[in-house]
Design a protein around this ligand. Structure first.
Ligand SMILES: [Zn+2]
Length: 343
């Protein structure tokens, strides 16, 4: 394979599945030159918000765009995908620390650069993934630029936690809400991405609740194995739980699967921890429903100990938020299991 062909392959942006309505509206606005200067893409984790933002940003910079979006073939489009576009800026949590955040220095550097003349002439795109990690100081630094934006610049803020953004920042953005996908859409994405079939695929689609990201985490992170362990746990009286030991055991089988190669150990742990929280949430809810239908507690683990279903789901939700907020995933899980074991 020649190097040119290599480059073309790498310049491929996967198509976005679902979200047709919101994308059609925005692509049309971009084509007509009347897109809002700041878009906040929000919705559940793993439904394609970041990919959608890349499609929108690429269309914004593409000189040959149509109402359907970017041409995908021009120099600008290729450079966006190859991450070498001079007018594309991306803010990500700085690596290293467990509790990563987007520093105010990163924001300041970006807000200075957006005033430079675009290198390719079409405009500029600033993509901020996990925008809730900006923190208050960072958001205030960004706010000034959102209030008096440079010409031809599109800000794309992506977050599953829009409520964490300051109202002043949100009020400068057009909010785009992304919903869970249908089971069929999730299945289609998984079939395109890998060779999963049969029971693996069915279980992942069922688990996903409309989030292809969650389904992938299930398939790539030993989801079936972890689900069995969670079921065993829930069948054990909560007085016998050993949260620290259990978390160690469940997160210890950390040898990254082939799909997880290239991720740091912290990233793998974070993915597994999110998977475990979601499994606890689903399996817990299943037990509550069963005990309601049968009119008796569903086995040796009495869910009423945790204060009822609402509290159970609340605690799982809180743990998920803690992990998304970059709390150490091991600690977040230990806290969750201790909370769930308590009346
Ligand atoms: Zn193009």
């Amino acid at each position: 394979m020649s190097s040119t062909r290599d480059e073309e392959d790498r310049a491929f942006l996967p198509p976005l599945v679902g979200h047709e309505g919101v994308m059609a509206e925005q692509l049309e606005a971009i084509h007509a030159g009347r897109v809002h200067h700041a878009l906040c893409l929000t919705g559940p984790w793993g439904v394609g918000k970041a990919l959608a933002a890349r499609h929108l940003g690429r269309a914004f910079l593409c000189p040959d765009r149509t109402q359907q979006g970017a041409c995908g073939a021009c120099r600008s489009c290729r450079r966006v995908v190859l991450e070498s576009h001079p007018d594309w800026q991306e803010l990500r949590p700085s690596g290293g620390s467990v509790r990563g955040s987007i520093s105010v220095d990163q924001v300041r550097e970006m807000t200075e650069r957006v005033w430079l003349k675009p290198g390719e002439g079409q405009g500029r795109v600033v993509l901020i993934e996990e925008a809730h990690l900006l923190g208050e100081v960072g958001q205030n630094a960004l706010l000034k630029t959102l209030e008096e934006p440079p010409p031809s610049t599109l800000f794309l803020l992506v977050t599953p936690r829009a409520a964490e953004l300051l109202p002043t920042v949100l009020s400068r953005c057009q909010i785009l809400r992304f919903s869970p996908l249908s089971g069929e859409e999730v299945r289609r994405i998984l079939q395109d991405k890998g060779s999963w079939r049969g029971e693996d695929l069915d279980q992942a689609v069922e688990f996903s609740e409309g989030s292809p990201g969650a389904a992938l985490a299930f398939l790539e992170g030993q989801g079936r194995f972890l689900r069995e362990r969670v079921r065993e746990l829930l069948a054990t009286p909560s007085g016998e739980w050993d949260p620290v030991g259990m978390v160690q055991e469940l997160l210890a089988s950390q040898a990254a699967s082939p799909a997880e190669e290239g991720l740091t150990l912290t990233q793998v742990k974070r993915r597994r921890a999110l998977l475990l929280v979601q499994l606890l949430q689903q399996e817990g809810a299943r037990r509550f429903r069963a005990s309601l239908l049968e009119g008796q507690p569903g086995g040796p683990y009495d869910p009423s100990l945790a204060g009822g279903m609402e509290k159970w789901l609340d605690r799982c939700f809180q743990a998920e938020q803690n992990i998304l907020w970059n709390l150490d995933p091991v600690l977040a899980l230990e806290i969750l299991l201790m909370d769930l074991a308590r009346p």
